[in-house]
Structure formats: structure tokens, C-alpha cells
Design a protein around this ligand. Structure first.
Ligand code: SAM
Length: 476
């Protein structure tokens, strides 16, 4: 029981006025005070669900499927001595710690037969990246996903999560998401707007989530949400699909925002009913077909999800191309890129897929379809950094290892758990193997941890300093 959960009277009165008749306030309050069940999402870019379940059951994990996400599970562990985030499986990106209801928006997006998985998609408010990585997994790293985040301090964690999960098809941008309708009209095949909100649904994980709750602040954030949704709608291609979601409960931030779009653009759009999204979805479905997930319905956080289709173009008074500055990358000429791709393929049994670009002494691997966005948007980073060059050659990056290392068939050093732990602590390791030579992908349980280099019988550690962990790591 979370007795300290702050639920002010004026908030409860506001909720009582909007709670549907078939739900009870007592249950709402009781569920807000109950701790959340832990949940994770398996990252299918790295491992299949049956394989993951089998592997973790052997470690005493109990996994209970989330009915609305094929890769989602509630989790309980016999041994909780190592924090979930420090387990080997988390560090190597096999799963993402994500609240179950927060898996709904992406499920709703991809349940639409209209989503082009190899198209150009937008995640308009992306950090810390739970849904970006969920979308990238469903795209199977094909096409391109623009992941935008306005807050500078949250970009770093977004980038780290993208890397850890082996995502290669993302271009990260750093703008107020209002710019997309202005700069890139009718560009995206599908859009997720997981909007900034007052967070009323999050009290079960944050006792103080409602500390500054007021109707005035809701009005303020609702105005931002309406602007973001209108802009995202302009950025959507006709025929495209858009999901609007929040982790809040007020109708002012949810139903009213969707209604404002309908009022503005009429028959240019319609909302799909999500009543059949999964068995039991109807319990959270509103008359309009939105999912309004009260915490007591599925014993989860509160959430709101609406999915719309754009039927035809609308006049766009916002349109004004953005200022881009100089694009600092150049495509690598074929005479340089082809031998490099061949050599990597020969050394590791897996070759990079995408287009190689150079910038100073860096070589980047961009998604194939990046060309369609080139010259239209300024990116913070695109795809993955593949290698750093120096006088006599190049050094493959940590990102390359995390994205491609699981598929490598040679050029790999498999560590035991003791050595894997040493490696994650930034130390060199002496595997009990015949010494090899050159750069290697370092793996544990078949999953890449990073790069290393043989020096005699030692593998020199190439883990980036910021990823070095020094305590409470998985057991050796
Ligand atoms: N989609 C994320 C996930 O699943 O991990 C959570 C997103 S959170 C609900 C909303 C995000 O929007 C926050 O990271 C916030 O910094 C960002 N944000 C706030 N105002 C924004 C704006 N005007 N444009 C884009 N992002 C914004």
C-alpha cells in the first residue's frame, strides 16, 4: 500500500465528475495507492519471445503475458538482489522496462492495416524511448523512424536506449514537435504523438505526481497538446494513421483534444474504434472508440489512446520550410564503402545494411530511405556510427557491436559470467580461449556486450566509459 500517495481533494472531485458510471471512485483511489506490477517488453530485434521466456524461466523469472502486447510481460523474480536494470539481459538490450499500459499506443498504431512498416514514421515526443524502441522492433529496423524530443536533458537517455536495443533505423531530432506540420507537410506514413501531459495516470509509480495538480495547469498543457496534434496531423500523409496518447486521465487533455481536431478538419479524418484491439479492450473503450484506461480496469497506470486515419489533404497555413544549416555528412564513394562492407562481412559473417556516409574521421550507417528526408530536416544523429577511421584503417564502434553482434558468426569472443561482469566493469579480460587477433565482438550468452581487441591472450576492453558499471551488476 502506498499510503503516502498524494491525492488532493480538488483532484478527486475533478475525477469523480468524469469517471464513467460503471466505475467506482473507491476502487480508483484504492488502485492509485497500490504499487504497480513490474512489467517488461522483450526486444525482438535481439531475441525471439519464446527463446527469452525459456531463458528467463531458468533463472526463476515468472512471466505473465500482457494481453495487449505480444512482447509484453508482467514479471516477478525469485531473486531480486540485482536491480532489473543491471541484469545481463537488460544491459545487452534483450528487454525494456516498460509499464504495461504504456505498450498500448504502439500496439494500436501497428494494429492498423494502414501502417507501412518500411515507410517513414514519426515518434513526435520520444524520450526516454520506450515507444521508439517498441516501434523500431515492429519495423524490424526497416524504413526510417524519426524520434523527436524537445528536452535536451532527455535526449541522452533516448540515445542510450536506442543503442542498447540495437536500433539502427532511427534519426533523432531535437525540436518543439510543432515544427513537423510546418516543415514537413504530408511526409510521414504513420505518427505517434505520445504527448507531454499532466501525468495523472502515473501516481502509482510516483507518489508526488499530483503535487502541483491544478485545473489551470491542465488548461495550459491542453493548449500545447492541441497545437502538437494539429501539427502532427499536417505532417501525416493522406491515407496515414496517427495515434494520440497520454498518461493522464482528464478528458480536457484527451477526448477534448481529439474533438478539437475533428472540429477543425471534419471529414478529413476519422477515429477508429479500439474496442476490439485485444480481448477485454471494450472495458476501457469510450463511446468515441478511444481507450480511456483507468488504473483499476487492468490494474495498470492510467492511459489514453486514440487512433485516427487521415482521409485527404487539408490546406496547411502553417507550411514554411525550416532552416537547415550545412549537412555535415557525405555519402562514402562506392570504391571505399564496398570493400569496407565486404571486409566486415568476411571478418564477422554479418555485413552492415544501409548507406554509408562519412563525417570527418567517422563512418555512419544511415537507413536506406534516409534520402527521402535529406534536405528537409536537421538531425542530431542518424542511424548508427559504424566506425572511426585512423591512418591505417578503422575501428568498429560499440553501436555496431550491439546492433549486429548477435548475428555475427565469427570474430566473436564468448565470455563466461565472471568475465562478462569484469568486462561490464570496464576491465580487460583473459578468456580461457586460444588467443586470436584483431578486433572482436564480446558476447555473453550469445548477446553482444561491446567490442574488444586481442592483445596476446588478453581481450582489451573497448566499452565506452559512460557505460561502465561498478556495482550491483549481474552475478558472476
Ligand atoms: N514516448 C515516450 C516514451 O514512451 O518513452 C514518453 C514521452 S513523454 C509522455 C512526453 C515527452 O514529450 C517528454 O519527454 C517531454 O520532454 C517531451 N516534450 C514536451 N514538450 C514537447 C514538445 N513541444 N515537442 C516535443 N516533445 C515535447
Amino acid at each position: 500500500m502506498h499510503d503516502n500517495t498524494y491525492l488532493p481533494d480538488h483532484f478527486l472531485r475533478h475525477i469523480a465528475a468524469i469517471m464513467p458510471d460503471h466505475l467506482s471512485m473507491d476502487e480508483f483511489v484504492a488502485s492509485c495507492r497500490r504499487p504497480l506490477r513490474r512489467s517488461i517488453r522483450v526486444n525482438t530485434l535481439k531475441i525471439g519471445v519464446p527463446e527469452f521466456v525459456l531463458q528467463m524461466q531458468q533463472l526463476g523469472w515468472l512471466l505473465d503475458p500482457v494481453p495487449w502486447c505480444e512482447t509484453g510481460f508482467w514479471l516477478s523474480r525469485e531473486d531480486e538482489s540485482v536491480p532489473l536494470g543491471n541484469t545481463a539481459e537488460h544491459l545487452s538490450g534483450l528487454f525494456y522496462i516498460q509499464e504495461a499500459s504504456s505498450m498500448l499506443p504502439v500496439t494500436a498504431l501497428f494494429a492498423s492495416d494502414k501502417v507501412k512498416r518500411d515507410g517513414i514514421l514519426l515518434d513526435a515526443a520520444a524520450a526516454p524511448g520506450s515507444k521508439t524502441t517498441q516501434i523500431a522492433a515492429l519495423m524490424n529496423n526497416q524504413g526510417m523512424l524519426v524520434a523527436n524530443e524537445y528536452s535536451s536533458s532527455r535526449l541522452k537517455v533516448l540515445s542510450a536506449n536506442i543503442q542498447r536495443c540495437g536500433v539502427t533505423n532511427v534519426g533523432m531530432t531535437h525540436f518543439d514537435a510543432k515544427v513537423f506540420g510546418q516543415w514537413l507537410p504530408e511526409t510521414f506514413d504513420a505518427i505517434l504523438l505520445d504527448a507531454p501531459c499532466s501525468g495523472e495516470g502515473t501516481v502509482r509509480k510516483d507518489d508526488d505526481a499530483l503535487r502541483n495538480w491544478s485545473l489551470a495547469s491542465i488548461d495550459e498543457i491542453a493548449a500545447v497538446q492541441a497545437g502538437l496534434l494539429e501539427s502532427a496531423f499536417h505532417a501525416l500523409k493522406p491515407g496515414g494513421v496517427l495515434v494520440y496518447s497520454t498518461c493522464t486521465l482528464s478528458t480536457l487533455e484527451n477526448q477534448a483534444i481529439c474533438q478539437s481536431l475533428l472540429d477543425k478538419f471534419g471529414d478529413a479524418l476519422s477515429f477508429d474504434s479500439l474496442a476490439d484491439l485485444f480481448p477485454g479492450a471494450d472495458k476501457a473503450c469510450t463511446a468515441e472508440g478511444y481507450l480511456h484506461v483507468w488504473p483499476q480496469i487492468f490494474d495498470s497506470e492510467g492511459f489514453f489512446v486514440a487512433r485516427l486515419r487521415k482521409h485527404h489533404s487539408v490546406p496547411n497555413p502553417l507550411f514554411k520550410p525550416g532552416k537547415l544549416g550545412k549537412f555535415p555528412y557525405l555519402p562514402l564513394p562506392a570504391k571505399e564503402s564496398e570493400p569496407m562492407v565486404r571486409e566486415i562481412g568476411a571478418n564477422f559473417g554479418v555485413a552492415p545494411r544501409g548507406v554509408l556516409y562519412g563525417r570527418n574521421d567517422e563512418i555512419w550507417l544511415f537507413p536506406e530511405v534516409f534520402g527521402e528526408l535529406q534536405g528537409k530536416l536537421r538531425f542530431d544523429r542518424i542511424g548508427i556510427k559504424l566506425a572511426e577511421t585512423f591512418k591505417k584503417g578503422y575501428r568498429l564502434t560499440h553501436e555496431w557491436a550491439l546492433a549486429y553482434g548477435g548475428a555475427a558468426t565469427h570474430g566473436v569472443v564468448e565470455l563466461d559470467s565472471n568475465n562478462a561482469r569484469e568486462y561490464m566493469m570496464g576491465r580487460d579480460v583473459w578468456p580461457e580461449l586460444a588467443a586470436g587477433s584483431g578486433e572482436v565482438i564480446v558476447r555473453y550468452q550469445g548477446q553482444p556486450l561491446g567490442m574488444g581487441k586481442w592483445v596476446g591472450s588478453r581481450v582489451k576492453n573497448a566499452l565506452p566509459r559512460e557505460l561502465v558499471r561498478d556495482n550491483n551488476l549481474f552475478n558472476g
